[in-house]
Design a protein around this ligand. Structure first.
Ligand SMILES: NC(=O)c1ccc[n+]([C@@H]2O[C@H](COP(=O)([O-])OP(=O)(O)OC[C@H]3O[C@@H](n4cnc5c(N)ncnc54)[C@H](OP(=O)(O)O)[C@@H]3O)[C@@H](O)[C@H]2O)c1
Length: 255
C-alpha cells in the first residue's frame, strides 16, 4: 500500500485529495490544526485509510511530532502533498499589516520548507532501512499567483512565486535520488480559501459570483495525475484554471 502525507487535510483541496487517494487504495496521513475536522473525515473513510494528527506547519515541535507519527504509522512515505497554505487580506502594500505579511510567509514559505525538510529526512531514513534508492515525491500546491502578480496580492504572490523557486531548487538538489518534485498551480477554486482571506464567512458569494470556479475535487485529480505517473516521469507543473478565468486579471462573469 502506498502512503501520502497531506498537510492542510482538514478542508478544501487537502481534504478532497485525502478522500481521493484513500478511495484509490493509498494510506493517507493527514495533518492540520483543526483536529476535530480530521476526525470527522476519518470517520467517513474506510478504517485505516486516513490516519491523522494535529499539525501546525508554523510550529517546529508540531511538525516534528507529526513526522514522528507518520514514521510510526507507515513504513513508506511515497508522496508528500504540501498543501497547507493561505492568503490574508487584499490590501495594497502601502496598507498591509505586519501580521498578515508574517502569517503568509510563515505558513506558505517557512512552513512548507520545514515540512519538506522533515519529509526528505523521513524518506531517506525509511528507504535506507529498506536498503533501496531514495525515491519519494513532493507535490506542492502553488498557484496561478506563483506565475502572475496582481494588485492586493503582493505577499501572497511572493510566497507562491517562492514555492516555484523552492521546487526548482529542490529538483536540482535531489537529482539522482529518484525523488520527484511537482507543482500544482490552480486558478480560482471554491474552498474556504476566500473566507479565510477576507475573514468573511459569506466571501464565496462575492468571489465566485457569476462564474464557475474549479472544485477541490478537480485539483485532487491533478494531484492524482502527478502522483500516479510511472517512476521515470516527473510532472513539473500543472497550471489549471476555470474556463471562465483567463488570468489573475480577467474572469468572465455572467451579469
Ligand atoms: N482556493 C483557491 O482558489 C486556490 C488557488 C490556488 C492555490 N491554492 C492553494 O491551495 C492550498 C489549499 O488551499 P484551499 O483552497 O484548499 O484552502 P482552505 O479550504 O482554506 O484549506 C487550507 C488548508 O490549510 C490548512 N492550514 C492553514 N494554515 C495551516 C497551518 N499553520 N498548519 C497546518 N495547516 C494549515 C487548513 O487547516 P486548519 O485551518 O485546520 O489548520 C486547511 O486544511 C493553499 O496552499 C492555497 O494557497 C488555493
Amino acid at each position: 500500500m502506498k502512503t501520502i502525507i497531506i498537510t492542510g487535510a482538514s478542508a478544501g483541496i487537502g481534504e478532497a485529495s485525502a478522500r481521493l487517494f484513500a478511495s484509490r487504495g493509498w494510506k493517507v496521513i493527514g495533518g492540520a490544526r483543526r483536529e476535530e475536522k480530521l476526525k470527522a473525515i476519518s470517520e467517513t473513510l474506510s478504517p485505516g485509510s486516513f490516519l491523522y494528527k494535529s499539525l501546525d506547519v508554523t510550529d517546529p515541535s508540531s511538525v516534528k511530532e507529526f513526522f514522528d507519527f507518520a514514521q510510526s504509522s507507515s513504513n513508506t512515505a511515497d508522496a508528500l502533498l504540501n498543501n497547507a497554505g493561505l492568503a490574508r487580506g487584499t490590501a495594497h502594500v502601502i496598507d498591509t499589516t505586519d501580521a498578515d505579511i508574517q502569517e503568509m510567509v510563515d505558513v506558505n514559505i517557512s512552513g512548507l520548507l520545514r515540512v519538506t525538510r522533515s519529509y526528505l529526512q523521513l524518506n531517506k531514513q525509511l528507504n535506507n532501512e529498506l536498503n533501496s534508492k531514495v525515491g519519494g515525491h513532493i507535490i506542492n500546491l502553488s498557484s496561478i499567483a506563483g506565475h502572475q502578480s496582481y494588485a492586493g496580492g503582493a505577499t501572497y504572490c511572493a510566497t507562491k512565486h517562492g514555492v516555484q523557486a523552492i521546487a526548482s531548487a529542490l529538483k536540482h538538489e535531489v537529482n539522482g535520488t529518484q525523488t520527484r518534485i511537482s507543482n500544482i498551480s490552480p486558478g480560482l477554486v471554491e474552498t474556504e480559501f476566500s473566507k479565510v482571506r477576507l475573514r468573511d464567512e459569506n466571501a464565496n458569494n462575492k468571489v465566485y459570483a457569476g462564474m464557475t470556479p474549479l472544485t477541490p475535487e478537480n485539483i485532487a485529480e491533478c494531484v492524482w495525475f502527478a502522483a500516479s505517473q510511472p517512476a521515470h516521469v516527473n510532472i513539473d507543473e500543472i497550471l489549471v484554471t476555470p474556463t471562465d478565468q483567463a488570468s489573475c486579471y480577467l474572469v468572465n462573469r455572467k451579469k
